[in-house]
Design a protein around this ligand. Structure first.
Ligand code: ARG
Length: 281
């Protein structure tokens, strides 16, 4: 087959990686639940102590949306975008807190954070418990396999009888459950739900599992950094939004206005180009 290294169409910018992450830096993010990261006043331009100071929550290990760079700093598209959006509002961002993805909604409901910026898909289920801003990014699900390996599935059905991984509580987890495990196409024992996708991709590289189901832009990023490739994509038509508490109308409205402002100013496109590579159009 073709040389996977020459995948010119991948949208992820090498530059963003060199700048923010460095080779091999996508490791070592396990066990982060509850860690606190001080942004030194990042975003908002305020001192973060004002009445309108808000705390953001995310789940790193999901490049290029949120990841740790070689210095251990939290970086990524979501980080830059939320900070730019908040800077357009009367709020200021005082802190980023890190959780496993599965804990973010609870953290929001318990007031440990005020906004979720974690490439979180807007779903009817999640809407039962939290609210979302307007969408800021679109994605489908992709299936990752070992690069150049014998196993080259073309559809979800081809994952039958294989060992499959996804991150717990994600829409990828939902695809595996709803379309493979529940209909009896995949034995529950052959499905591993991981705390984060870095661990899943490491297990894939090591041969402990045969496929990982995850958001396409993230799959393409792992394919650039690691010994894995995208086998196929499942159209799910997902849209990411920032999550806020259901009663927090003023924050949701402010973030929507801020989102519109960063789109209109060209800042959104700059951030996107920085993390996904520029496709001048
Ligand atoms: N978009 C998917 C979802 O909402 C995956 C998000 C995972 N995000 C993360 N930061 N790990 O379920």
């Amino acid at each position: 087959m073709g040389n996977a290294q020459s995948n010119r169409r991948s949208p992820v910018s090498r530059r963003a990686y060199l700048k923010a992450a460095g080779a091999g830096s996508l490791v070592g993010i396990a066990g982060l639940a509850g860690c606190t990261v001080d942004t030194n006043g990042g975003g908002g331009g305020g001192d973060g102590d004002g009445e309108n100071a808000i705390i953001a929550g995310t789940a790193p290990g999901f490049p290029p949306f949120e990841l740790k760079n070689e210095q251990g700093e939290l970086v990524g598209f979501d980080i830059d975008l939320l900070e730019a959006v908040v800077a357009e509002t009367d709020y200021s961002l005082s802190e980023w807190r890190e959780f496993e993805f599965d804990s973010l909604i609870t953290a929001l409901q318990n007031d440990r954070i005020d906004v979720i910026a974690a490439a979180m898909t807007i779903t009817p289920d999640r809407r039962q418990t939290i609210s979302f801003t307007d969408p800021y990014y679109n994605a489908d699900q992709s299936v990752l396999v070992r690069r150049g390996g014998d196993f080259q599935p073309e559809s979800l059905d081809d994952l039958s009888g294989r060992r499959v991984g996804a991150q717990e509580g994600t829409t990828g987890d939902g695809v595996v459950q709803d379309r493979l495990v529940d209909p009896g196409k995949l034995d529950a024992a052959d499905y591993n739900a991981y705390g984060n996708y870095v661990l899943a991709v490491e297990d894939l590289e090591n041969g402990n599992i045969d496929a990982v189901v995850l958001d396409r832009p993230v799959a393409e990023t792992f394919a650039q950094e690691r010994d894995v490739e995208v086998a196929f994509t499942v159209k799910t038509g997902e849209r990411y939004g920032f999550g806020v508490r259901q009663n927090d109308d003023s924050l949701r409205t402010a973030l929507n206005d801020g989102l519109q402002a960063v789109r209109e100013s060209g800042r959104y496109e700059e951030i996107r180009n920085e993390w996904f590579g520029g496709s001048p159009s």
